[in-house]
Design a protein around this ligand. Sequence first.
Ligand SMILES: [Zn+2]
Length: 342
Amino acid sequence: MDSVFEGTFPTGAGPEEILPQDALSILPFAPEAITAWATQNDLHTYINKLLAGTGYEDQADIRLEGAIQVVLELADQFTEIATQSEPAPRARTQSVSLVDFKHDPVFGRLAKALIAWQETIANVLSEAGYFSLSHMLETRSDLMCSVQLASGLYYRQAMQVLRGFIESVILPIYFCKQPDEYKEWKSNDYRSPTLRGDKGVLPRLRKAGIISVEMENTISEAYDLLNGYIHGNEEKLNNTGLDRGEWEGHVFQPVRFQAWANVCASLIEASLPLVKINLSQWAAAKSDWDLFCHVCHGHDLETQQQRDDPPMTQFRCKQCSHTFWQDDDDQQFVHATVEFSD
Ligand SMILES: [Zn+2]
């Protein structure tokens, strides 16, 4: 039987292959309007370094092209909603000042960060390098939700959602070190510890040498800032200014848009090295494990089918129904996604 398998990555790929230091060293991204992006800009370099050695190097340009199309459409969405905004009847001005998002450096830097996150997570997913698939997927949901809220002019709420993004990035690092607590969390019998404070997750990770003082401070300050949008004063509300006769209504607010976009981009840039830390932790922790399911970490597997060329066995996890192939010749190679064309 002739067969070809393709589109696969062995889960033996290490953290450095999945997220190279060379790529991380590009960060932070320069604020440049999307329309001013040169073909060899920092995002282009990031994507090329990210894909180097994965077998997908030749797709860097085409993937970037597709991603640019997506952020241009996003700019259109921001423009359309901002244009339709509704000033309060007695607002100081009825003419809303708009931003040309495609030509705006702040929006451009945010777009770079969003693309970098999507492409990085895609790499991690395709190589099954994640410790917690749930948290990894949640980071994308948190970011997309924040972007949708900001485009809809809900600035306070867009900030609030970013707090969830931080938790989705940090908790897998903590859980990888505390597997029993991870099990409790998965069985919905767990109260997450606070991130900050003497016994908080961030100082504990720093004391254990897992994150640096600088990382702890950056994330802690961002979390503090975002808390202000949950428990904060009147000025943080979307509908601020009523008592002063300065309520503007449901309108595009350039200063608040910029504040959100800068926080969002900075958080993504600060979180990419944390993804690498989690990859490294997990690679070390699972190195002596027997064959297991990469989705739920279960060991209760059953054989589904076998192939001769190449010699591979397909397993099914009895806990979560995830199926995957293992290379029979080199059993440390487990293929996350496989397509056969006979
Ligand atoms: Zn499973």
